[in-house]
Design a protein around this ligand. Sequence first.
Ligand code: SAM
Length: 450
Amino acid sequence: MLPINFLQSLAQLKGFDQPAFEAVHASAEQVTSIRINPQKFNSENSGWEKAGQVPWCNEGYYLTQRPSFTFDPLFHAGAYYVQEASSMFLCAVLQQTVQETKGMKVLDLCAAPGGKTTLLASYFKDGLVVSNEVIKSRANILVENVTKWGSDHVIVTNNDPKSFAALTSYFDVIIVDAPCSGSGMFRKDTQSIVEWSEENVKLCSLRQQRIVADVLPALKEGGVLIYSTCSYSVEEDESILDWLMDEQDLVSCRIAVQDDWRIVETESTRHQAYGYRFWPHRLQGEGFFIAAFVKLGNFKNEYLPSGKLSAATKQEQQFINDFFSLPLHYHLFKQKDFFRVLPQQWLPDIEKISRALYIKKAGIELGSIKGKDIIPSHEFALSLLPKEKLTTVEVSRDEALQYLRKKEIKVEGIKGWVMITYCGLPLGWAKVLPNRMNNYYPSEWRILKD
Ligand code: SAM
């Protein structure tokens, strides 16, 4: 049962239809959607039973039913991300507000578990994406999902929004997918119905104001701010847009939506800022709200002095290159005992960012050197870096699941390091010894269920 005061608070909102809204929550219907990883997707792994395309995102698909993703090796290989369809509208917002992607610096401020970040990583293929999560424990799942997606141009940070003020006028695009009261997820997460209260909506609204105000100095003049929530409450949606326009020099962006998408365009009361509401009784998706702005004003670029990344010695570089055969445009550096690479062009940026923020992951971890051997990292196996020169072993679905449970599988006729692949996609490393195989799948990610 939805709270009465909650339903009353929505009564005047454009697109709200109480009987239809209640009916869609009472029905057991679940909408399942995935967004494919265009850089890992291929004809061998496109076999899901699709119920149609998400209209506002080329890479989004509805599925006819919810399969057990845990038992799909392709899920662990990062071939797709299970994402709620309404939030994929970020694709359409980006297409209409940020056409140029090359060299763009993009911040996803409230990023865990990483749905929007993986979308941004695909959209800004030739840009730099900083994916931040303030809550330490949630930053780990973010690292996991970014690692599986495989991109080399995503940095994961673990900072409070305030820390970004040190990167004044640095980002071209900032996405604030704000923590909210979560009413848009009532159909998927019934626990959030019990936790909903007017008091919490007010607290969320104040927190949202604080978060956006803290991060706005980091947005360039002419840069794009995208604000979203999964709440229906005006206090967290249109009122935040009005508050932003009161406080900051911003212009609201109007996004073209097709009538048959059934998305509702709204305008905030005082500044007529455009917002886009997703109602689950009108379309195939959960409750969602999104708006975009361009920042005006006259800010100077105040860059920080650079921090330095530790370089690898010539001998280490040779050893690493012999094993991994890296393309020339990558910069190799060392972090504790691990060697990492990142595209050369982003080196000065990462050095700047490292002065201001706590970086959890930058570029791709290749591995470490132990005596005369290299211990290759899981992150490299899942990455999109070229791997032609490495030995791979293609396995069946059952063997893949066995591998993902960190159990031994039979590999014959090969010795040494091998990359286990399923449908051509790497799942991770194994070392084949004369009498056994050591499974290097990360313990913390292994499938626990039988
Ligand atoms: N963007 C994510 C995605 O698409 O997968 C979902 C983000 S979720 C709606 C909001 C995130 O904000 C959560 O991960 C939460 O931990 C984080 N958060 C909570 N309090 C915050 C704060 N004060 N400042 C910034 N982020 C916060």
